[in-house]
Design a binder for this molecule. Sequence first.
Ligand SMILES: O=c1ccn([C@@H]2O[C@H](COP(=O)(O)O)[C@@H](O)[C@H]2O)c(=O)[nH]1
Length: 276
Amino acid sequence: MTREELIKNIKSKQSFLCVGLDSDIKKLPAHLLSEPNPIFAFNKAIIDATAPYAVAYKPNMAFYESLGAKGWTALEETVSYIQNNYPDQFIIADAKRGDIGNTSTLYARSFFEHLGVDAITVAPYMGQDSVSPFLGYDSKWVVLLALTSNKGSYDFQLTEDKNGKRLFENVIETSQQWASDKEMMYVVGATQGKMFADIRKIAPNHFLLVPGVGAQGGSLEEVAKYGMNSDCGLLVNSSRGIIYASSGTDFAEAAAREARILAGQMSELLKANGII
Ligand SMILES: O=c1ccn([C@@H]2O[C@H](COP(=O)(O)O)[C@@H](O)[C@H]2O)c(=O)[nH]1
């Protein structure tokens, strides 16, 4: 999906919601466990219920890989289901990959050519040759970890060099020499609040993938206040807050309700910022 198509979808849906498919076999509603592929059955119901309110889905690889071959099958079926039934949805593999060049090349092939997702999260720690194999695929994206939502973001990402530049700023500035805002986004945690203003000073146009609202307590209003740009420039993810809103037979309706609430707030924020 191109940047223009993503922006068009955000405007027409009046939403910048990304639903996180962190589908944990141990948390599935009991009645799904007798299905031949419980994770896919769960995802399918969640997708059908939330698609009207979302522009993106983000399956996190850990939840699939931890189940071995069955998990990968569930992932493939989920990606195909979205592509066949909701072709306007942007699909992000939250894989946090990145390795020496020849290994990254095969990761890129696996996610972009085999699985066929639109984007993959990549860790910047190993530098340009670990990231560049993911670039140059038509309409595919690298989502580079910049300033994450967790407490550990303080351990390295916020440390300063001798000129006072923080590591996450270095990552964002340097990586802009590798790719444009048409194929690179950054992960910035919703829990980082006012730090979005600092990020917008060095990356005014890039899309930011923002996890951390809902279960982690980040504020959607604050993210929009400091992080929204004239194209919106945000994909805000919620996983547990949506997909586990109920553990009963009404789980899909409950997910739809949570997604609708978030999308309603997003619509107001898009209007308040003159984007729609
Ligand atoms: O900084 C980061 C980067 C990635 N994540 C991932 O996003 C979701 C968040 O899930 P919630 O249930 O909405 O908290 C999950 O897949 C994380 O691995 C993140 O949280 N922070």
